[in-house]
Design a protein around this ligand. Structure first.
Ligand code: 0A1
Ligand code: ZN
Length: 880
């Protein structure tokens, strides 16, 4: 199914945007689903776009090489081959009237669609994925988000095999045919672009609930899954109802159809999809049950259900004009789902998790060859731009608007945006304009966040003058060049901050508040604070108020002081991180110089202090006691020294474990409650702290803790505890126990696909020697399916991202393995292939020996022939 590239694929530029030549009034679709094929008839009512001055512009329809065109007619008159032109994958028709109906019949083969874009089969059921450009694999259409139409869809299929037939909107009619086939007709009254179209046909069951909106509309809620998974849908339903209520309360947004449906599918390239009224979810983002799902899995389901639901307004009612504007819907919706999760759980912990992701993975993206602006200026394949930059950094931009305007004005801006643009396809400029209009602020400089790539650095220093009681913060911002932009203009950076006195109390600032938002707008700027009685310790970038790398020359004592006293929970955690980072970085240098490793007592003391602070929330304690990840340490390195990072982090963990063994043991014991499982926030926090303590105890390598972990594994009544114990034993020095537990676990859970994925991931991440051989063996295990993205992610992607010593083995075997996988996937599933490339694209950041090994594999992929656009783009940018 790969779209092969024989010539250089073309680059699409934002600056070339043109409005569509024709608008669509309505789209009627009829799907005849069979085992060997699907026949699709589309009847589309076109009218010439009055916007367009050029009345000679032809109708340009997007298609795909997999489409077989059976019939094309205009107002009932069949077109011959000379009546239209095929140009690449497009179909072009000229000399058209101002208004007409185009009928098109295509034949497709969903059963052979391994790319999982368009109409495909997942575990025997038909389903679709049309974002971003999947609809063109179904029929010829103006497959662009600014062409919006009302859809009517009729699905016809064998009744016994496919009793459930779904599409967007409301079910308006259904019937049976003589040959055992049946049909259902759906109408969606809200105009939408083709990327929001969805169809599902399968042998599915559902759970049902209902929701009454604030204005009294009754909405039926249905979540569909295969019968075996019906017991895993309650959490998603609860999350959905909470999302609906939250969007009413916080944004004044109500649901607008009579029914809202969610379908769980096992074969899916991403997390989930917000198709109007018919969300389609990767099973990994919707199924949850205490016996099979870990606590973080429950939270993920809640977050993704919220995210897709919130898209109904931020994405569907108001959509994107073109794909360069992707962050218009994604950045805003990620911000919305993050706030929802923060309101449902611990706000600080949610922020810590999001910032951790941003600082490790998004910052790494910003310094790699695929770095791009949140609103990119060009792309070859849009699927490559569903990135952390567009999603997470995009959300940070919206968060900065929220910080700058304040809660109230931000809500006014959001109301204005939805009112002004309901039913339209718009741009990020339109979004910011609504915020500018309600606040009266000029947002010109702020908008650079959308157009300039790269992570700004902010270097801060403080100066105290006791005589005048004046404290000054000097700030300097810079941003390194990125592939398409050498020099950057200064950003508008909101720096939320406070000043702590010698007792750790917040000093009240001139505004009367203890936290102020400074606006850094030029390269260098100083901020003066009057009437500051003692030299303060500044608390900077509170709540991580901007996606930047901020530095201040704190000494260890000041970091420990902030850890203890900062009124901003996020900054307390961040002070602990900074302390650990500085100690780890120093040890990395020692390791490189062959000096003996000695852990600074400051970290041990700081950890001890945190463990004894009873005022702290347990989830926070678990976060503070977690060392910065290998990925974060890599991101912070100029040259990534894999061996040093791995060995030093391991040494520090072990040393902490031994120095604080009795503390960790009592932490473990005091958080082992005999109560049965409960998913509430306090219990989740308790489990996370208990399992963190267990992980340190296991790091001592003492056999008595192996017994403790084995007990936990044997007695656990929930997956969080069972999996934590398994993973610790599996990664420990106790090989025999590891093998036993892995086998027991597989025997017990072999029929639960998502649990098996976790089992694969635990083994893929095992850093013991011969990791690659173990992974290669698993590739042939019955539990593995090389066509299922979730399996590929669990085994191949986890090995490459989390198994540092084995993936980066200096014999080059890890890199070769990944390249082999990509060469196969390039043809089978280009989206997954191109995502898997990420670790290799960072080759310039490693030692010379590794650089040349990685580069050689990239070149081998390049020479493997017939590259998909997806892989071509990432590869060519990485080698440029
Ligand atoms: N809009 C979805 C993400 C998504 C994008 C592309 C897909 O195609 C494979 C699937 C899903 C979201 O933000 O949740
Ligand atoms: Zn989204």
């Amino acid at each position: 199914m790969s779209q092969s590239v024989t010539e250089q694929p073309s680059v699409i530029y934002l600056k070339d945007y043109q409005t569509p030549a024709f608008l669509v009034e309505s789209t009627a679709l009829r799907f005849e689903l069979e085992e060997e094929q699907a026949l699709v008839r589309s009847q589309v009512q076109y009218t010439r776009n009055p916007d367009s001055a050029d009345r000679l512009r032809p109708l340009i329809l997007d298609g795909h090489e997999s489409l077989e065109l059976h019939r094309l007619s205009i107002d009932g008159e069949v077109l011959n081959e000379q009546d239209y032109r095929r140009q690449g994958e497009q179909l072009i028709i000229s000399e058209l009237p101002d208004s007409f109906v185009l009928e098109c019949v295509t034949r497709i083969e969903p059963q052979n669609n391994t790319a999982l874009e368009g109409l495909y089969k997942s575990d025997g059921m038909f389903c679709t994925q049309c974002e971003a450009e999947g609809f063109r694999r179904i029929t010829f259409y103006q497959d662009r988000p600014d062409v919006m139409a009302v859809f009517e869809t009729t699905v016809v299929a064998d009744k016994q095999s496919y009793p459930v037939l779904l599409s967007n909107g409301n079910n308006v009619d259904s019937g049976e045919e003589d040959d055992g086939r049946h049909w259902v007709r759906w109408q969606d009254p809200f105009p939408k672009p083709a990327y929001l179209f969805a169809l599902v046909a399968g042998n599915l069951e559902f759970i049902e609930d209902q929701y009454t909106t604030a204005s009294g509309r009754d909405v039926v809620l249905r979540i569909f899954a295969e019968a075996k998974d019906l017991d895993k849908l309650d959490h998603a339903m609860l999350s959905l109802k909470r999302s609906m209520q939250w969007d009413e309360q916080v944004y004044g947004r109500e649901y607008d159809l009579d029914i809202f449906m969610v379908v769980a599918v096992d074969f899916f390239n991403m997390g989930a999809m917000e198709n109007k009224g018919l969300n389609i979810f990767n099973t990994s983002c919707v199924l949850a049950h205490p016996e099979t799902t870990v606590d973080t899995g429950f939270q993920r389901v809640e977050g993704v259900v919220g995210h897709e639901y919130f898209h109904n307004w931020s994405g569907n009612r108001v959509t994107c004009r073109d794909w360069f504007q992707l962050s218009l819907k994604e950045g805003f919706t990620v911000f919305r789902d993050a706030e929802f999760s923060a309101d449902m759980n611990s706000r600080t912990v949610k922020r810590i998790e999001d910032v951790t992701l941003l600082r490790t993975a998004q910052f790494a993206e910003d310094s790699g060859p695929m770095a791009h602006a949140v609103r990119p200026a060009s792309f070859i394949e849009i699927s490559n731009f569903y990135t952390l930059t567009v999603y997470e950094k995009g959300a940070e931009i919206v968060r900065m608007l929220h910080t700058l305007l304040g809660e109230h004005k931000f809500r006014q801006g959001s109301d204005l945006y939805f009112k002004r643009h309901d039913g339209q396809a718009v741009t990020t400029d339109d979004f910011v304009q609504a915020m500018a209009d309600v606040s009266g602020r000029d947002m010109t400089r702020f908008k650079l966040w959308y157009s300039q790539a790269g992570t700004p650095r902010v270097a801060v220093s403080g100066e105290y003058d006791a005589a005048s009681q004046r404290y000054t913060l000097h700030m300097r911002q810079s941003c390194s060049p990125t592939p398409e932009m050498e020099t950057k203009q200064p950003f508008l950076i909101p720096v939320a901050m406070g000043l702590l006195d010698q007792h750790g109390r917040d000093i009240t600032l001139a505004s009367g508040n203890t936290t102020e938002v400074l606006e850094l707008v030029s390269t260098e700027q100083s901020f003066v604070f009057e009437n500051i009685p003692v030299e303060p310790v500044p608390s900077l970038l509170r709540g991580f108020s901007a996606p930047v790398k901020l530095s201040f020359p704190y000494d260890q004592e000041q970091l420990v002081f902030l850890m203890q006293h900062d009124s901003d929970g996020f900054n307390r955690w961040d002070a602990a991180q900074q302390l650990a980072v500085s100690i780890l970085q120093k040890l990395i240098t020692d390791y490189q110089q062959g000096s003996p490793l000695v852990l600074d007592n400051a970290l041990i003391d700081a950890y001890r202090l945190v463990m004894s602070d009873v005022s702290l929330d347990k989830a926070m304690v678990a976060k503070v006691l977690s060392l910065p990840s290998e990925a974060y340490l890599s991101e912070l390195s100029d040259e990534i020294d894999v061996d040093a990072i791995y060995q030093v982090r391991k040494f520090v963990r072990q040393t902490l474990a031994k120095a604080l063994e009795s503390e960790f043991l009592s932490l473990y014991q005091s958080n082992c409650s005999g109560d049965s499982y409960s998913p509430d926030a306090a219990s989740v926090a308790r489990r996370s702290l208990k399992n963190l303590a267990l992980s340190y105890l296991m790091a001592t390598e003492r056999t008595e803790y192996l017994a403790l972990a084995r007990d936990q594994f044997a007695q656990a009544d929930n997956m969080t505890d069972s999996q934590a114990a398994l993973s610790l034993v599996a990664h420990s020095v106790h090989e025999q126990a590891a093998d036993e537990l892995l086998e027991q676990f597989y025997q017990r859970w072999q029929n639960e696909s998502l649990v098996v994925n976790q089992w694969l991931a635990i083994q893929a991440a095992n850093t013991r020697e011969a990791g690659l051989q173990r992974v290669e063996k698993l590739l042939t295990h019955p539990a593995y399916d090389a066509s299922n993205p979730n399996k590929i992610r669990s085994l191949v992607a986890v090995f490459c991202a989390q198994n540092l010593p084995n993936f980066h083995n200096l014999d080059g075997s890890g890199y070769r393995f990944l390249a082999d996988q990509i060469i196969v996937l390039n043809k089978q599933n280009p989206q997954i292939a191109s995502r898997l490339l990420t670790p290799l694209t960072r080759w310039k950041q490693y030692s010379e020996a590794r650089q040349s090994l990685m580069k050689a594999e990239l070149e081998r992929i390049g020479n493997s022939g017939d590259l998909s656009k997806d892989v071509y783009e990432v590869l060519s940018k990485s080698l440029a």
